[in-house]
Design a protein around this ligand. Structure first.
Ligand SMILES: Nc1nc2c(ncn2[C@@H]2O[C@H](COP(=O)(O)OP(=O)(O)OP(=O)(O)O)[C@@H](O)[C@H]2O)c(=O)[nH]1
Ligand SMILES: [Mg+2]
Length: 694
């Protein structure tokens, strides 16, 4: 790759984006203030224009944009060099990284003017502050301990939710937040790093190690949680320098090349599956060969070292493009949409108000009364959309819950073949040897857990696809209803003032009423959760709701099955098996017996599990649609209310007090012009950002 970026220019680019964000945030907040002021002035003139929703949306979006950070989640198996990589990226030996101590809690690294570490707990205990040294000592564990805990399926610090490390560093100050995670742990992964957390990040940096080309554990993790989930993942093949170190003759350049090419090829074969985005191969932009240790050493000596031959400049270029171009633009585009729509709303309200200023109360009353059918049509559009959401909700909730039931009921059919994949660690010969039975039981239990875990993940992926589908259908439906809604409101304006109103600011996605844009996923900035949303690109953030709902399935329900094979092992079957003697043939026979016994028990439990989970799954899916429906309905209702208020306020003012019509006309025109200028300001900043060279 020819394009590289050095640390300082990466920071410069981030700074530029942070500046643009803050400028746009200021513009949005200014717009909100302008509308707010205009509304209070309106109270003593021709009445407010009903801009409450716009004022609120603009102010929330401004806050979200200002606070927005790019969150990067660093994932990987144990000892891949995750912490070393983070240290190299920030240029400081901050996080504990060593051959021995392991990262044991999720650690969020963010900007703070003062260095401090805060531990957050799960059980409602008050967060605790501590020094860096204490943090390193108390919250890391050694490798042996980590392995033992993993085997026992325990967490090192079960009560700790996560740690936040605040640090005054340039990279963090420019709006990057980095999350270092403990090495992946097959069994606990689901609990510790829920999908919800993954969805809260803009990109995942998946760290691999050149000397260990994609282990089974890594593959399982990628298949279960990453593949086909619409996430942006950078694969960083770390410790690339070790290839050379392990050569017989580390000075033989040709041999090194050859060895490197081999490793490259292995990774290419293994990772290409995970680098397909919408049918195109993004391998080149997503996979990088790094030497974090080398980069860290260089940066500690000289913070501005160009980090040549560490792979960092190439990776940072790609990350830079992704963050400061794609992500930032997606966010700012929403800000532009919001600004444009707010202006359109103001413009139309002013255009309606101005010609009505000279009418008397009676005329106005008549005109407003004549709008009743249209108001009813607006409510009708709302109701019809609501019905469609509910229909979709019930259909999908039933289909998804049914699919789980069928899936579970059918697990038995392929159990024996599916489970073969998990056998290697079982060691049937071991089992037949005295004194190894406990170990064997633990291994068998773990294999079973992994099997269940993988099965549920595979099913969850189909749910995600179903839901994506459902919400993109709803987006289309919203677009249609939005268009009908606009036709009605246009008709209302025409009825009121005798002519059409032309909006000066339009764009394809900005043309719909604001509530419809929200329902289509163009305006998430005004509901919060920028990270998750930006990641989803566009769309209602149903994932976090669903993740919590599906969390209830867990693997625990299935584990009740467990006691059974183990009893089988200690019971008559076990004794019979033990009598078989020690040998490959006996081991195979034992395996088959155990499989049979396990399957028999497994199948017996499946109907109950399928039955028990039907309702919670059905409800979980419904919750996603209900949340969507609530927000849509609230937004449509606010819009209708605002349109009524716009007219009622004028009528009230007309009947209760005199105001200077000329002055009012001037005020309204200048409000329209001011908001247009502010909107153009945002458009200008946005255009500059997208046309600036990479
Ligand atoms: N040769 C070489 N060693 C590295 C590199 N990166 C990390 N290491 C070493 O690998 C070991 C593990 O590094 P860590 O950064 O602690 O790894 P980790 O993934 O954070 O480990 P856990 O938190 O325990 O999962 C340390 O001894 C590092 O010095 C690299 O690029 N090259
Ligand atoms: Mg670590």
């Amino acid at each position: 790759m020819s394009y590289i970026v050095e640390t300082d220019s990466f920071i410069n680019d981030l700074e530029r984006v942070a500046k643009v964000r803050s400028e746009v945030a200021s513009c949005l907040s200014q717009m909100s203030t302008t509308l707010d002021q205009a509304e209070s002035e309106g109270k003593t003139a021709s009445g407010e224009l009903g801009l409450e929703a716009e004022i609120e949306d603009l102010s929330i979006a401004s806050k979200n944009l200002r606070q927005g950070v790019f969150r990067l989640l660093v994932l990987g198996d144990m000892k891949r060099g995750k912490s070393t990589f983070v240290n190299a990226l920030i240029g400081e030996n901050l996080l504990p990284s060593d051959v021995n101590p392991c990262t044991a809690v999720l650690t969020i690294l963010r900007y703070g003017p003062l260095k401090k570490v805060t531990i957050y707990f799960k059980n409602g205990k008050r967060p605790e502050q501590l020094g860096f040294q204490e943090f390193k000592q108390q919250y890391t564990i050694d490798s042996e301990e980590a392995k033992r805990l993993e085997q026992e399926n325990k967490q090192a610090f079960p009560n700790v939710d996560y740690a936040v490390v605040e640090y005054p560093l340039a990279l963090l100050e420019k709006g990057i937040e980095i999350v270092d995670s403990p090495g992946l742990n097959d069994t606990e992964a689901r609990n510790e790093l829920s999908l919800g957390y993954i969805h809260n990040c803009h990109a995942i940096l998946f760290i691999l190690r050149a000397s260990q080309p994609l282990t089974l554990g890594e593959r399982r993790y990628l298949d279960n949680y990453i593949k086909n989930r619409g996430l942006t993942v950078f694969f960083l093949i770390n410790a690339w320098d070790e290839i050379q170190k392990e050569m017989l003759d580390p000075d033989n350049l040709e041999a090194i090349q050859e060895a490197e090419n081999k490793v490259r090829q292995v990774f290419q074969t293994n990772l290409s599956d995970y680098c397909q985005v919408d049918g195109s191969d993004v391998y080149e932009e997503r996979v990088f060969e790094l030497s974090s240790l080398k980069a860290l050493r260089l940066r500690l000596k000289n913070p501005l070292d160009p980090l040549e031959k560490t792979g960092f400049p190439e990776f940072m270029a790609a990350l830079n493009t992704f963050l400061t171009k794609e992500r930032a633009i997606a966010e700012l585009r929403q800000a532009r949409t919001l600004a444009r729509q707010s202006h359109t709303r103001v413009h139309e309200a002013v255009e309606r108000r101005v010609p009505l200023l000279s009418h008397d109360v009676k005329e106005l009353q008549e005109k407003f009364n004549a709008l009743e059918p249209e108001f009813n049509q607006l409510a009708d559009i709302r109701d019809r959309f609501q019905d469609e959401i509910r229909e979709m909700r019930d259909k999908k909730a039933r289909a998804i819950a049914d699919s789980f039931r069928n899936y579970v009921l059918n697990l038995g059919d392929t159990f024996e073949t599916d489970f073969t994949r998990y056998h290697p660690t079982l060691g049937f010969v071991d089992f037949l040897q005295k004194g190894k039975r406990e170990e064997f039981s633990a291994a068998f239990k773990q294999a079973f857990e992994q099997y269940i875990n993988d099965k549920i993940s595979a099913w969850e992926l189909t749910v995600e696809q179903e839901m994506n589908d459902a919400f993109s259908q709803l987006a289309k439906i919203a677009a249609n209803y939005g268009a009908s809604y606009s036709q009605v409101t246009e008709r209302m304006s025409e009825k009121l003032i005798g002519q059409k109103i032309y909006a000066p600011t339009v764009g394809e996605e900005d043309n719909s009423p604001a509530w419809a844009s929200w329902a289509m996923g163009f305006l998430m900035l005004s509901t919060g959760n920028v990270a998750g949303v930006a990641l989803a690109g566009a769309g209602f953030d149903w994932k976090s709701i669903l993740v919590n709902a599906l969390g209830v399935i867990g693997i625990w329900g299935f584990l009740t099955v467990f006691s059974v094979p183990l009893i089988a092992l200690t019971g008559p079957l076990g004794i019979a098996l033990l009598g078989l003697g020690v040998g490959a043939v006996q081991a195979e026979q034992a395996r088959q017996e155990l499989m049979k016994a396990t399957k028999k028990e497994f199948v017996k439990h499946l109907p109950k599990i399928a039955q028990e989970q039907w309702s919670p799954i059905n409800q979980g899916v419904k919750d996603c649609f209900d949340a969507y429906e609530r927000e849509v309905t609230k937004r449509v209702n606010n819009d209708i209310k605002a349109r009524k208020a716009e007219l009622d306020n004028l009528l009230n003012q007309k009947s209760s007090q005199d105001f200077n019509q000329d002055a009012e006309l001037k005020r309204l025109r200048s409000l329209d012009a001011d908001v247009l200028t502010q909107c153009r300001g945002i458009e200008f900043i946005y255009e500059c950002l997208i046309s600036s060279p990479t």
